[in-house]
Design a protein around this ligand. Structure first.
Ligand SMILES: [Zn+2]
Ligand SMILES: [Zn+2]
Length: 85
């Protein structure tokens, strides 16, 4: 039995914070990013960078560079910390 490194709730908070824009001194995402986090985490576990970036950006056809890099961070952070809901 292997236990995930971080609990689900914490991972979700991390995903929300990255999507919202992580910076020094900021510990919480806004409410709307927190609400998007479960969906973003779902996409992240499939590894679909483009889809994830578009979901963060809110633009279904193409995401901006900023959101693409956020998506890459989320995928790398969630791939080594699997979370079985
Ligand atoms: Zn936000
Ligand atoms: Zn964007």
């Amino acid at each position: 039995m292997s236990t995930p490194a971080r609990p689900c709730a914490e991972l979700l908070r991390e995903v929300a914070l990255i999507a919202c824009g992580r910076r020094e001194g900021k510990t919480r995402s806004c409410r709307s990013c927190a609400r998007k986090a479960p969906g973003l985490l779902n996409i992240a576990t499939t590894g679909a960078l483009d889809t994830l970036a578009a979901a963060i950006c809110g633009n279904l056809s193409s995401a901006c560079q900023d959101c693409r890099s956020k998506a890459a961070v989320i995928i790398s952070e969630t791939s080594d910390a699997p979370c079985a809901a």
